[in-house]
Design a binder for this molecule. Structure first.
Ligand SMILES: Cc1cc2nc3c(=O)[nH]c(=O)nc-3n(C[C@H](O)[C@H](O)[C@H](O)COP(=O)(O)O)c2cc1C
Length: 308
């Protein structure tokens, strides 16, 4: 997540046994990106050496494949140099990334918000699809996960990851029943000790419910969910803003205010009530998942994560 997923969050996630990823533009320069990749690799290698029975999960990088992103080419070269094991592409055609990452044996998944986008990614040779359904944080589709997953499963047998409003082990179990192999979680990890989000942002995620979200394309040119209290604080009324052309330069430093001060979160805010350490959160989610598997869906889904 832009301005949220920095190396402390990524390494904590991997050490807790889940894949931690970050958008390459979180590093302010390509030089810093290079250094972060070295630091992450060293930190995970040291952890795995000292925990042979609980080695770290792979880390990943999210590459913004958009013509307005001047960092794309130099940072793809750094991904290749460090042989980043897992690469996610978003906002553009993944073909070039697939070619470069497959050459060293890495894995490429592509973020998709529609079946049409999924078909293009499959044709480009990606190894997996990350289907981001309605209610997700950041740029989100308005297609229900129920509809999106089943539509994509009509033509895609490969690895499918589901994202959008997923916070707990019960939802992971439900995603599996729907046809997903893995899940993608963003908003839940904003409110963790290791996240780079400002304290006020974490608290807003905890205090907000779904009525505090606004789904608009007026801020970045692409529909995304934002926390209304953060817009109110800066006097931003999206109903008065003109349409904006999609411009991914808003994901870089030039207009960072959009993500730095006007905060995005998804419908997961409905059930986020704390900001735990990542290891404690992952352990709680694993317990919920086990319980959901043992109890079966009808009973499991009656129990909320905090009541588990
Ligand atoms: C604050 C925030 C920043 C995000 N930044 C990015 C980003 O830079 N690149 C990207 O591909 N997705 C970004 N996302 C979307 C996430 O990668 C993911 O698709 C989403 O968080 C999943 O839905 P959830 O938030 O409901 O769990 C962001 C999401 C949030 C909440």
């Amino acid at each position: 997540m832009f301005l949220v997923s920095f190396p402390p969050l990524v390494t904590a996630q991997c050490k807790a046994g889940i894949v931690g990823t970050f958008p390459h533009v979180n590093a302010r320069t390509s030089e810093q990106f290079d250094q972060w990749l070295t630091d992450i690799k060293n930190s995970l290698a040291a952890h795995s050496a000292s925990h042979p029975s609980a080695t770290a999960a792979p880390y990943g990088v999210n590459l913004i494949v958009h013509r307005t992103n001047a960092r794309f080419e130099p940072d793809l070269a750094l991904v290749v140099k460090h042989q980043v094991p897992f690469v996610i592409t978003c906002l553009g055609h993944p073909g070039k990334v697939v070619e470069a990452v497959h050459a060293y044996g890495g894995t490429v998944f592509c973020d998709v918000t529609s079946a049409a986008h999924a078909r293009k990614s499959v044709d480009a040779g990606v190894d997996g699809l990350i289907c981001v359904g309605a209610g997700a944080g950041g740029h989100a589709s308005n297609q229900s996960a129920f509809s999106l997953v089943r539509e994509i499963r009509e033509f895609w047998d490969g690895c499918l990851v589901l994202g959008g409003g997923i916070n707990d082990g019960h939802q992971i179990r439900a995603a599996e029943a729907l046809g997903a192999d893995l899940v993608y979680m963003g908003t839940r990890f904003i409110a963790t000790q290791e996240s780079n989000a400002q304290q006020e942002f974490k608290q807003m995620v905890i205090d907000s419910d779904v009525s505090d979200l606004i789904y608009t394309d007026r801020l970045s040119g692409v529909h995304a969910n934002f926390l209304k209290p953060s817009l109110d604080k800066w006097g931003v009324d999206v109903s008065t803003l003109p349409p904006k052309a999609p411009d991914m330069s808003s994901l870089t430093d030039t207009t960072a205010k959009l993500w730095k001060d006007l905060w995005s979160a998804g419908q997961g805010v409905a059930t986020i009530h704390d900001a735990p350490a990542v290891a404690a959160l992952v352990s709680r989610i694993a317990d919920e998942y086990d319980k959901a598997c043992r109890l079966g869906p009808s009973q499991a889904l009656r129990r909320s994560s905090t009541a588990a």
